[in-house]
Design a protein around this ligand. Structure first.
Ligand code: PLP
Length: 394
């Protein structure tokens, strides 16, 4: 191949990003310290207003993490012990952990092999079963790796079965679902949208944080109350719900407020990196030989329909390849090696190998490679060169 270099390529380089915004971030954080106003207050309100505008939703509520966004959403929608929640087995633990923590029962439907997202026909088949372990009351579609789940057929199924819909948008802030009624921002389709500001997400804070979006003003008021122990909006120590401490803190809000201004440019850079990888991998011959499977776009011709929180390929001999990448100091990770139905802490659900074959095969084949916005062409070329070199040596 053309370029020979030995640049290290981390999976994510937050320092490279920080260098470009350091002064802005420190000025915003300094204002919070000068005011000594750390809990909710004007910085959180300002970030919520900006995020609501960016996501084109009427209500956006800062919360303590993406995990808590999911948990609080389910609590506010009345999901509790014995309720079934339809979701995907191929996701981060928090999606399913939040269901289990409420005593609710995850009902897994298999994924689409091209997009890794919940497959509407599989959801339809699941909902048609007469032997479900719990009556379905809600659905959590996950917009995995930054690409929307196919929300139109999922919402049709949800309406037919009277399910509440909580979108797990932790990896997908700013992505657009190209619905038949025109493009819709994710987080504005289900009853709530749940976002994460974990530092490795596309919009990451300086610690933990998250966001809930919703359309319904009554639900927004309930979420707002439950975020602070279910307290009455005007009367202190009068509690109208059993909520919790689910607040976003002001330092995080200040950082998020600064970084939000850059998010569209960063998402565009991630998409450009993905297009470069697609081309480099295709040119290398690895795709034609069936050694590397590229991430599939559900809507290749529509703008902003992927924000590439991860660029995930399918590979042959993953263990050998990751060893080679580690030796070459090229960041890589498996999201996720164990599908949820096979996790030991969920053993009481009775999941077994073979139950959800598409998710199980994905778990065995996927590999995420560096896609962060500041990646250079030399780094992208090196990643593909090292992968091509690994297969050439076999
Ligand atoms: C990161 C993530 C979460 C949890 O977000 P935290 O802010 O880390 O609690 C939930 N779901 C998915 C799919 C995620 O990627």
């Amino acid at each position: 191949m053309a370029a020979q270099n030995d640049l290290p390529v981390p999976l994510l380089d937050l320092k490279a990003q920080y260098r470009t915004i350091k002064d802005e971030v420190l000025a915003a954080v300094t204002r919070v310290f000068d005011e000594q106003a750390f809990i909710l207050g004007p910085h959180v309100a300002a970030a919520e207003k900006d995020l609501a505008a960016y996501l084109a939703v009427p209500h956006a509520l800062g919360v303590s993490s993406g995990t808590d966004a999911l948990l609080l959403s389910l609590m506010a929608l009345g999901i509790g012990p014995g309720d079934g929640v339809v979701t995907t087995p191929f996701t981060f633990f928090a999606t399913v952990g939040s269901i289990m923590r409420l005593g609710a029962v995850p009902l897994f439907a298999d994924i689409n092999p091209a997009t890794f997202n919940l497959d509407p026909p599989q959801v339809a088949a699941l909902l048609a079963r007469s032997d479900l372990p719990a009556p379905p009351k809600a659905m959590i579609p996950v917009h995995l790796f930054g690409q929307p789940a196919d929300m139109m057929p999922l919402m049709t199924l949800a309406r037919a079965h009277n399910l509440k819909v909580v979108e797990d948008a932790a990896q997908a802030i700013g992505v657009v679902y190209p619905g038949p009624a025109g493009p819709a921002n994710i987080g504005a389709i289900g009853h709530t949208g749940c976002f994460s500001f974990f530092p490795s997400k596309n919009l990451g804070g300086a610690g933990d944080g998250g966001l809930i979006t919703c359309l319904d003003p009554e639900l927004a008021a309930r979420l707002r109350s439950m975020r602070t122990h279910g307290s009455h909006p005007n009367e202190k120590y009068r509690h109208i719900y059993v909520g919790g401490n689910f607040r976003l803190d002001a330092v995080q809000a200040a950082v998020i407020g600064v970084k939000l201004k850059h998010l569209e440019a960063w998402s565009a850079a991630r998409r450009a990196n993905a297009a470069d990888y697609d081309r480099l991998f295709s040119d290398s011959g690895l795709v034609a030989k069936g050694l590397v499977g590229l991430p599939q776009r559900a809507w290749p011709d529509q703008p902003r329909t992927h924000v590439f929180n991860q660029y995930v390929i399918r590979v042959r001999d993953r263990a050998g390849l990751t060893q080679r990448l580690n030796e070459a100091k090229i960041g890589n990770a498996v999201y996720y090696p164990i599908p949820m139905h096979l996790l030991e802490c969920f053993a009481r659900l009775g999941g077994a190998p073979g139950d959800l074959p598409v998710a199980e095969q994905a778990a065995a084949e996927v590999l995420a490679i560096p896609i962060y916005p500041e990646l250079t062409m030399g780094q992208k070329e090196r990643v593909v060169e090292v992968i091509a070199g690994f297969y050439a040596g076999q």
